[in-house]
Design a protein around this ligand. Structure first.
Ligand SMILES: [Zn+2]
Ligand SMILES: [Zn+2]
Length: 137
């Protein structure tokens, strides 16, 4: 599988090689604040399979499990692009909405449903987890 994507203004773009490790929907409060809506949809990929063109800015905070979370975003248009952090393995989590063909991936699980907002529905045909769930990789 080969996927490409970019921010809204195009200043930052990327290519993905290989198969996604996981595709998840995260309903945690940090994702709600960072995206401005009910949840984010992320595509987990090996860091070596993500080729970034341009220079995203990075915002770092501490996630619920205590690890650092680095959110990479376009400094021009503000689009969230991908996340890195203190994870097992060298994984990047790409924001699925920035893909040029976002329908090319399908989420298989939803995490942090304990924080889900009542107006943000979750698909019934994917795995549901109240918190982070089992390690995705
Ligand atoms: Zn941009
Ligand atoms: Zn989250």
């Amino acid at each position: 599988m080969s996927l490409s994507g970019s921010c809204l203004c195009g200043a930052v773009s990327y290519n993905l090689a290989g198969e996604p490790l996981f595709v998840s929907q995260c309903f945690c409060r940090d994702c709600q604040k960072a995206t401005g809506t009910g949840h984010t949809t992320i595509v987990g990929v090996e860091a070596s399979n993500l080729e970034v063109k341009g220079s995203p800015r990075v915002f770092t905070n501490t996630g619920e499990t205590g690890g650092r979370v680095h959110r990479h975003f376009c400094g021009e248009c503000g689009s969230r692009l991908f996340t890195s952090g203190d994870l097992p393995g060298d994984v990047r989590m790409v924001q699925a909405g920035t893909l040029d063909d976002p329908g090319a991936v399908s989420p298989t699980n939803a995490i942090y449903l304990k924080d889900r907002i009542h107006w943000d529905a979750v698909a019934s045909d994917i795995a549901h987890h109240d918190d982070i769930g089992p390690p995705p990789v």
